[in-house]
Design a binder for this molecule. Structure first.
Ligand SMILES: *Cc1c(COP(=O)(O)O)cnc(C)c1O
Ligand code: SF4
Length: 506
């Protein structure tokens, strides 16, 4: 027999069914697999169950309704009956994924409140990322030089107990209306340095489809906006919402990127895999942001299962966030060492694609700060000492004849985009200045808030004893209050941390 006769025909003639693709998983009846449905809804016809509007209007929020589905503990009963708790609302699809008899079920812990939620903790804040102070118009957080966070709604498909934006999320009275969307778009039209807009909330995918499209179209009509991103947990809580119509709409406004929010592998179901498949087929690169949560995913192996399931769906783990210092999240918080341990257990141990960046979103609003285990052990003239994931130590020799890049002839340098007041550490490296002084926020006022940015205190950022600095004569530096002697650090205002006084943070 020839080679063609034995090996090629099997490939060519038999249709290949890809059993590895989670979007093609079949159930025991040979039809597309479905996840478990709580007995309460056993008789709901599939057309209704699969209709996102039915799922939204049949959400569970009252103690009595939850008790029909889950065997509640005393502490959960306390949580559910607390009078001014953060909103509870859970889609029938999502609550059905919970094991009714396991009080530690990782999905359950994310959506069912505990009495402990009301407990305050040290450093707890209402708006821990100071988003309201960085909002030039309501709902638009402009913190970074080239990108903004655009909050378009306060509504979500279900509500996470640890929500970082619980000060507004879930509250219909604080929702953003069309006049506010228009004011947000108007700010963006006037702000050409913004090239990346992140639509979030709440959850933009809970908006009426027409309204969502109006907003996205409004953004796409602004010529300087290069990419549009959507941060959404709808595909997790309500995968039924990701229908062909939505994907077709989003596909018209490319480049559109999306970040989802999975925290545990139990959230990845056949329904989710099919929803994510639709998004990726619409050409949307999909990422994931998870939050490190005690009792949910504070484990290297749980995180590894999660990231493996994500990359199987072609979702790229993007960030893993340290839990914010927000009201209601005290019992979810972990030490930072836990996050570092997880990163040690991922980098090198699994595909680079499966490794997110671990970040702390800076309390007070400094943006995301990566937290990394140390791989660079030391560095001296022409030699870098490194260690790998196993602890193996190696060195890298640097070139001795590197000719510095010539900025004066480089087209990209000559036409570099300006970052007024935010050149940051690069500015220090380039010798342009000797200290960092955040600027550019003084015009920023939030709703009813006429305070300048909290770091906008020139005295805090003026170094002593450095003599005249090129381009900025000593005399032009802000005059410091007389009570500070030479060499003495300016004191922070009451309770305010400053970069020059990090000892005080500790
Ligand atoms: C997270 C965030 C962004 C986006 O940050 P990336 O690191 O680019 O993903 C932008 N603006 C605000 C206010 C944010 O919180
Ligand atoms: S989906 Fe996001 S915005 Fe909505 S409750 Fe959860 S964390 Fe908050």
């Amino acid at each position: 027999m020839s080679l063609e006769a034995t090996s090629v025909p099997t490939v060519a003639t038999e249709p290949f069914i890809n059993r590895r693709d989670p979007a093609l998983a079949l159930g025991p009846d040979g039809r597309p697999a479905m996840s478990r449905r709580a007995p309460k809804w056993a008789d709901v016809p599939d057309e209704k169950w699969n209709d996102w509007r039915w799922q939204l209007s049949n959400r569970v929020n009252e103690l009595a309704d939850v008790a029909e589905i889950l065997n509640l503990t005393e502490e959960e009963r306390d949580g559910l009956s607390a009078p001014d708790k953060f909103r509870v609302d859970i889609t029938p699809y999502f609550i059905s994924l919970i094991d009714p008899d396991d009080p530690n079920d990782p999905i359950r812990r994310q959506v069912i409140p505990l009495g402990r939620e009301a407990q305050a903790f040290t450093a707890m804040m209402e708006d821990s990322l100071a988003e309201d102070r960085h909002s030039p118009v309501p709902g638009l957080v402009h913190r970074y030089p080239d990108r903004v966070l655009m909050l378009v709604t306060t509504q979500c498909a279900s509500y996470c107990r640890y929500c970082t934006r619980s000060r507004i999320v879930g509250d219909p009275t604080q929702n953003f209306n069309r006049a506010e969307h228009e004011a947000q778009l108007d700010y963006l039209r006037r702000t050409p340095q913004v090239r990346d807009v992140l639509i979030s909330g709440g959850d933009g995918l809970t908006l009426a489809p027409k309204l969502l499209e109006q907003i996205i179209r409004g953004l796409r009509e602004i010529p300087h906006i290069e990419i549009i991103r959507i941060g959404s947990r709808v595909p997790v809580f309500l995968p039924q919402r990701v229908d062909d119509e939505l994907c077709e709409m989003l596909g018209k406004y490319h480049p559109v990127w999306m970040n989802l929010h999975f925290n545990h592998a139990n959230e990845i179901t056949p329904e989710v895999a099919r929803a994510v498949d639709k998004l990726t087929r619409a050409g949307i690169p999909v990422g994931n942001q998870s939050v490190l949560l005690a009792g949910v995913n504070d484990c290297v192996n749980i995180q590894r299962q999660l990231v493996h399931k994500l990359v199987e769906m072609r979702v790229r783990p993007y960030y893993i966030y340290q839990c914010d210092l927000v009201e209601g999240s005290g019992h979810f918080r972990t030490p930072v060492g836990k996050g570092l341990e997880i990163m040690e257990g991922l980098r090198g141990h699994t595909s680079g694609y499966a490794v997110p960046t671990y970040v702390i979103d800076a309390p007070g609003g400094g943006g995301k700060i990566p937290v990394m285990p140390n791989y660079l052990i030391s560095y001296s003239d022409h030699k870098v000492v490194l260690r790998n994931y196993e602890g193996y130590i190696t060195t890298y020799e640097e070139p001795t004849d590197y000719k510095a890049h010539d900025k004066t002839t480089c087209d990209a340098c000559l036409h570099a985009r300006k970052e007024p007041g935010q050149s940051g550490v690069l500015g220090l490296l380039e010798g342009e200045r000797m200290w960092i002084e955040p600027t550019g926020f003084s015009e920023v006022h939030a709703r009813g808030n006429d305070q300048p940015h909290r770091l906008q205190q020139p005295g805090k950022w003026t170094p002593y004893g450095v003599g005249p600095i090129e381009g900025k004569a000593r005399e032009t530096l802000p005059v410091l209050p007389a009570e500070f002697g030479p060499g003495e650090e300016p004191r922070p205002l009451d309770g305010e941390p400053t970069a020059s006084a990090h000892g005080e943070l500790l």
